[in-house]
Each structure stands twice: as C-alpha cells, then as structure tokens.
Ligand binder design. Structure first.
Ligand SMILES: *[C@@H]1O[C@H](CO)[C@@H](O)[C@H](O)[C@H]1NC(C)=O
Ligand SMILES: *[C@@H]1O[C@H](CO)[C@@H](O)[C@H](O)[C@H]1NC(C)=O
Length: 582
C-alpha cells in the first residue's frame, strides 16, 4: 500500500517530464494492484465527505458563545496560578490509588492508521446524533475534552488539562473505555473508531499490577459490555471475557465476600494491608456486569460468583435494611460500628438491589427487591430529616452505626433518580414522595452556591436550630469533581415524566460547568464552589466526566426521552447501559 502513496506524491511534486514514467508505472501494475489503489482513493474521498461539518452557522453561535467565553484566561484561573497553589492529589470515588506514576509503552502514543479505521463497520443500535442546540453544546463540550485528552494523555487513565499531562490509576486507558458508549450514543464516528482501535490494539489486561475489583468492573467491564451491546462489535465482548476471567480470583476468599484488589497478570487477589475489609457497596456493585457478561458469552461462571455475594449479604443481619459500609472477607460479617450512609461506600448497594431486580425481569418476592423495600423504609425511619427554614428533606449518616450526622455526599444525589426508576417499576408511593423531595434538596445544593455547582459534601441545619443556613459547606468539602450523580437523577426524572423543567434545571447546571470548569484543553475539577472569583482549579479531568456526566446531560437534553429506553436498558453505576434480560 505504501507504493501507491509515493506514486501520488510524485505526481504532485515532480515536473511534467516524469508524468510519462508515472503512466508507465501505472500500466505495469497488476489489475489487482490498480483496483486497490482506486478503492483506497475512493475510501479517502468518502471519509473526507462523511466528516464535513454539518451544523449550520447560526446554530453554532450559541455553542460558540458558551465555549469561547470562559477559557484558560479567566481571571480566577490566573489568580490561582499566581498564588502558586500546591496541586492536590487527585481524588476519585473509590480509594486504593497507587502512588507511583506509570510509564506507558511508547508505541501506545501512536494513533491508529486510517486503513484500520475503514475496516470497521458499525452495526447494532443506531443513534442519530445531537437533535437540538443543547445536545450540540454537550457534544461540543465532549469533543473539547476529548481533543485535550487525545493530544496530551492518550491511552492514560485521566487527563490533567492544565499541566497537560496525565494521571494513571490502573493504567487501563480508563478515559477511553469509559467514553466508548458515550461516543457511540453521540454518534461521533471518527472518535469512536479511534477509541475502538486503541481498545483492540492496546488495551491488554495481562498487567502485573493490582487493580480495584469494583472500579475496574463498573468502568472497564461495564464500558466494554455496553459498547458491545450497542454496537454489536464482538471485539468488545472478547476483551470483556478476558477481563472477567482475570477478576474472578477475587471471589476465592474464605467467606466468598470478594477481595477488593487483584493482580491482573498473576491473577492473585487480596485486600490491601491497610484495609483488611472490603467496602459494602463495592462487593455488591459487580452483579449487573458479571451477570451480563455470563449471559453475553454463555458461561455462567461469572454470574454465579457474583450472585453468591447477593445471597451472603441477604442473609446478614441489618439495621432496618441498612448496611454498615465495611465487610470482612474472612468472616463474611459487617464491621461493627461502621458508618451507615447512602454516600461513599454504601450508595450503590441500594442502587443495585433494585437495578438487578429490573435487569432480571422483576420477579415478585425476589430477595433483592424485598431487601430494597426494607432498606428504603429504613432510610425513611432512620436517616431522613428536614431542614430548619425551607424544610428541605435530606438524608444524613449514622456515624459508628448510631450517631446521626446531618451530612450528605453529592454521591447520594443518585438516589432521587433511582427511587423514581423503582417507582416506575412498581415500588410504593412513599418512594415517589421521597424522590421528589430529594430532587429539590439536591437541586438546592447546586443553586445555593454562588458558582451554581454543588460541593462534594453538603451539611444541613435541622429543624429547631435556626442560627445557621439550611445548607452549608465546610471548607474541606467545597470541591467539585465534575461528578454525575445529580445529572443522572435529572435524566431519570425527565425520561420518566417527560417534564421539561428538569431539562431547564440541567441546562443551568451545564452552563455553570462551562463557566467554571472549562479550561483551554478540557474540563477540570475545582477546589471551591463557594467563590466564583477563586474556584481553585485542581487540574484533573476524571473519566466519569466523559463516561457519565456528559452522557447524562446529552440524554437529558434529548427531544426523544427514550433515546435509551428504560424498559430495555438498565444503566450500571458508571452510566453504562446494559440490556434488560427477558
Ligand atoms: C467458563 O469460564 C470459567 C472461568 O473462566 C472456565 O473455567 C470454564 O471452563 C468456562 N466454561 C466453559 C464451558 O467454557
Ligand atoms: C414539572 O416539574 C416541576 C418541578 O417539579 C413542577 O413544578 C411542575 O408542576 C411540573 N409540570 C408539570 C406539567 O407536571
């Protein structure tokens, strides 16, 4: 193939005398070679044509207005640079981040050649791309993030958009894997094909390092499986099966409660020495993915291993259906006096109870859904309180399993959406009421902040104490990591009710993200949502910004609220849609 490229180049650069020899060379080629060259030129034309910009200029005005306004040069950014702020360690919603930097093999920097992209045919479900201005603005934000990632962090886990470098956590190209189905849903063909090519060639799991079972399951296994289902491309399934096999050793613990970490090459699982227990939400947030993997590849090993954990947890004693956030892999028992929360390390236990029930066809009297109903009653009885002035409903935590603390993680704002999804599938009216009340509270955690962005953790002033505002923030918690949970809830509310108010609220929040988190090469988490003139950018773009937050924004703004049909798909906790089984 390289032969014909040089021929074409010669034609363009050499004087007329060589034209004849060129013609002669052409005649000397076999018919097969000539056909090859002609097809290659045709393919090149078609590709160029396909990717011509399609939006009309006036439609782009709004997007431009949104995006040009706040780039790296905003004064708040310059200030924080001048202050020589010490960059903080990146955060994530899990833990166990490895300290060391990983050297990515140099060849991974190379972008895939065009030929390999042309060979891929996209099958499966079709998406038509953005249908209105708001969706276009989300796609623009996505492409802006993708461009920076591709230029400076390609193949690495997370992009640091200000220092234009990267952060590797598991060295599994997390941003690419998490983005696959978003790219597919947004109908970004060029980007999807370059991501697909990277997965095919460079996402190799025989790496001699420990990774976190939960994080890799929800992001990597979930991302591969949902992209397999949406696109019909079996390469993604082959990768998922390889990964699934390497994760299985986690389940070989004395109790059957999985270890939190596994070495993907040696296939040896363990708990980190500093934390002998596993997180409750982590061991109970694998089942959607492992079940789907089993059904997709017709091997029940994965589903069986993960479902056994359901049974173990179901049989443990709980406090009104509520679970402590740590569980021991040796004894299989909850840690005494561990915190009870619907935030970090507790949240998705409750989420996967109802979602697994939906995934498996809503069997009545199912243990999972009974546990779910019990737990929501437990939440109403033990964790729900009202604020002093506006009587906002919030969910607190039980510290040491008993002392109420009026504190709610942003993570908990997935709950209104999940409660509404449950109600749509037959859960009681009390769930709908709580969903609506929490929707309002979570919205206020955004709207009361001068930036319009919610902090990582909000505190509430309970009824009877009126010397503090209803919602307040502690300095250590005032960061925003570009998290998706509330956008996810807005999406469910819109998709289930069709009420456009939720789109309008989402748009306001989207504008705030554009205004305060967009930088020249991407989007960054910020250190302070309380001061618009000193947001303290943190130089980190987590993979869930592309995998979850922007996906939910895109689906929230869709004119077709069944763009992903909630009767056919259930989203895993990382926003990767998996099919509901018949
Ligand atoms: C299913 O997967 C398990 C785990 O990798 C493997 O041991 C087993 O041989 C597989 N079964 C079949 C029928 O392929
Ligand atoms: C839409 O939702 C908003 C906010 O919950 C509510 O105030 C409004 O009445 C709803 N509109 C309709 C038509 O139901």
């Amino acid at each position: 193939m390289s032969e014909h490229v040089s021929l074409i180049l010669e034609e363009q650069t050499l004087p007329g005398s060589t034209r004849k020899s060129l013609k002669r060379s052409w005649k000397q080629l076999s018919r097969c070679q000539r056909n090859l060259i002609i097809s290659a030129i045709l393919a090149l034309f078609i590709t160029c044509f396909m990717f011509l910009p399609q939006s009309k200029p006036e439609e782009e005005e709004l997007i431009e207005k949104l995006t040009k306004k706040h780039s790296l040069e905003t004064p708040e950014f310059q200030n924080s640079q001048k202050n020589n702020e010490i960059p903080r360690e990146p955060e994530s919603d899990g833990s166990n981040e490895p300290e060391e930097k990983i050297q990515i093999r140099p060849e991974e920097k190379a972008l895939p050649p065009v030929e390999s992209q042309l060979r891929v045919s996209i099958e499966g479900k079709k998406f038509s791309g953005p249908g209105n201005l708001r969706q276009k603005a989300v796609v623009e934000a996505f492409q802006h993030s993708w461009k920076g990632y591709k230029e400076f962090a390609w193949g690495h886990d997370n992009f640091k958009p200000i220092s234009k470098t990267f952060y590797d956590w598991f060295a599994l190209g997390l941003t690419i894997v998490d983005s696959l189905d978003t790219l597919y849903i947004m109908n970004l063909e060029k980007e999807f094909l370059e991501a697909r090519d990277w997965i095919d060639k460079y996402l190799l799991f025989n790496q001699n390092r420990n990774v976190n079972l939960f994080e890799v399951t929800i992001r990597v296994l979930g991302g591969l499986l949902s992209t397999f289902h949406l696109s019909g491309d079996e390469m993604f399934l082959r990768k998922a099966v390889d990964l699934g096999n390497r994760l299985l050793p986690c389940f070989n613990s004395p109790s059957g409660i999985p270890y939190s970490d596994v070495n993907l090459k040696q296939m040896i699982a363990q708990s980190p020495t500093w934390l002998p227990d596993s997180s409750t939400s982590e061991v109970t947030t694998l089942q959607l993915e492992f079940r789907d993997l089993s059904r997709a590849c017709s091997n029940s090993s994965f589903e069986n291993a993960a479902s056994a954990v359901n049974t173990l947890i179901h049989n443990l004693e709980k406090h009104d259906g509520l679970v402590p956030i740590f569980i021991n892999t040796k004894t299989g028992k909850f840690r005494n006096f561990a915190t009870v929360t619907l935030g970090a390390r507790g949240d998705s236990y409750y989420e996967y109870l109802v979602k697994q029930w939906i995934q498996t066809g809503k069997t009545p009297e199912d243990d999972l859904i009974e546990d779910y109903k019990t737990s929501i009653d437990g939440v109403l009885k033990n964790l729900v309180r009202k604020t002093s002035d506006h009587h906002y409903t919030f969910i607190g935590e039980l510290i040491n399993g008993k002392d109420f603390k009026p504190k709610m993680d942003h993570l908990t704002c997935y709950l209104p959406g999940t409660l509404l999804l449950g109600h749509k599938n037959g859960m009681p009216e009390s769930h709908l009421k709580l969903a609506n009340e929490l929707m309002e509270t979570c919205l206020q955690t955004y709207f009361v902040q001068p930036t319009g962005l919610a902090p990582e953790i909000s505190y509430f002033t309970e009824e009877g104490n009126s010397n503090m505002p209803d919602i307040y923030v502690k300095a250590a918690d005032s960061h925003n990591l570009l998290r998706p949970e509330f956008i996810e809830s807005l999406y469910y509310f819109y998709a289930i009710t069709g009420n456009k108010t939720y789109q309008d609220w989402g748009w306001k929040i989207f504008e705030s993200f554009i205004q305060y988190t967009r930088v020249e090469n991407g989007f960054t988490s910020i250190g302070n949502v309380q001061n618009p003139s000193d947001t303290r950018p943190r130089d980190m773009m987590e993979s869930f910004w592309l995998g979850e937050t922007l996906k939910y924004f895109y689906l929230l703004f869709s004119d077709d609220r069944k763009e992903i049909d909630l009767d056919k798909f259930v989203f895993n906790t990382e926003a990767h849609p998996l099919p509901i089984l018949n």
